[in-house]
Design a protein around this ligand. Sequence first.
Ligand SMILES: Cc1ncc(COP(=O)(O)O)c(C=O)c1O
Length: 382
Amino acid sequence: MKVEFYKHNIGQQDINNVVEVLNSLFLTTGEVVNEFEDKFSRYLGCRHTVGVTSCTAALHLSLLAYGIRPGDEVITTPMTFIATANAVLYTGAKPVFVDVEPETGNINADLIEDAVTSRTKAILPVHLYGQMCDMKKIRQIADKHHLAVIEDAAHAIEASRDGIRPGELGDAACFSFYATKNITSGEGGAVSTNNEEIAEKLKKLRLHGMSKGAAERYSKRYEHWDMEMLGWKYNMSNIQAALLINQVENISRNWERREAICRMYEDAFSSNTHIFLPLVLLGSRSARHVFTIQVHPEKRDEVLLQLQERAVGVAVNFRAVHLLTFYRQAFGYKKGMYPIAEKIGASTITLPLYPKLTDEEVRYVIQTVKEVTAEYAQTWAE
Ligand SMILES: Cc1ncc(COP(=O)(O)O)c(C=O)c1O
């Protein structure tokens, strides 16, 4: 048996929707993008959504829309994909890392205030693996110090914590529709916000700062457009939106299947002394984007390779960002600066998790993980 790390869930209806756009006049940002944005906003319970080409773009534009500039500091987590910190660098600001909670891997909200300086302009929490950060505490700190809160919700479409959902307490929430995400257009992203002014600004920023998009220019009596600000070329196309529209309908059903798979993994591993599982907190509903286990850091890579050898697709989410070469060289980060993120980064392994995974495949993954970790447990006990 070979268990793929990921299989997408695009169905015939999604394909038909794309074909319909391909047979139409308008391929770039137009009515289909508007339709997707409205649908996604309704799903989230947020007022506005702006479709872009990736979550990286969503993060970059959200930071710009809230006025983040060179010389500013943005507080974020080292336990994330590089996109989070890189987006801060694109604005000329500096990412300032704060260590994470050992149980969840999320930014430790109790440590944030110590990192606030006169240059701090925003907090950028990441809802790791699909579990939300402590947004109530983060909002309080942000209000006290007049900071924007931009949520990296790339993993967290379906998440909630104490009844709070992404985009509710944050000033903007950024989503990814990358190939392995819970809904996908291959590449894609969006910003959701309750702030109308910011949504309007984001619509300009995603298209060079132009006052009118192609759809407006084409469908109405011609009017000249202006460039009102320096923007980027990050606009979502009708083709991408067509792929996403029907997937929004199936978000809950697919979440249920992933939840059931996670329960199978948790039942199998929770009493295993060689395996540590991140915790889903009480009152928290994880979006169940990825399922990770942690093993002894000195044996992680061997376990990872053994799993791969035995045909179990694996990944690492994530090695701590501050220890990657560029961040070490550019900012002088060293081992020991964010020990919890480093420990997770050195011991974590991501297992397959997607709706098409069969029970038989899940059982194969469980059995293989148990065998491989038991083998290595003998050597790490010595
Ligand atoms: C936490 C996190 N933030 C941001 C991103 C960037 O998303 P995209 O590839 O859509 O730019 C990812 C992508 O995997 C991610 O995992």
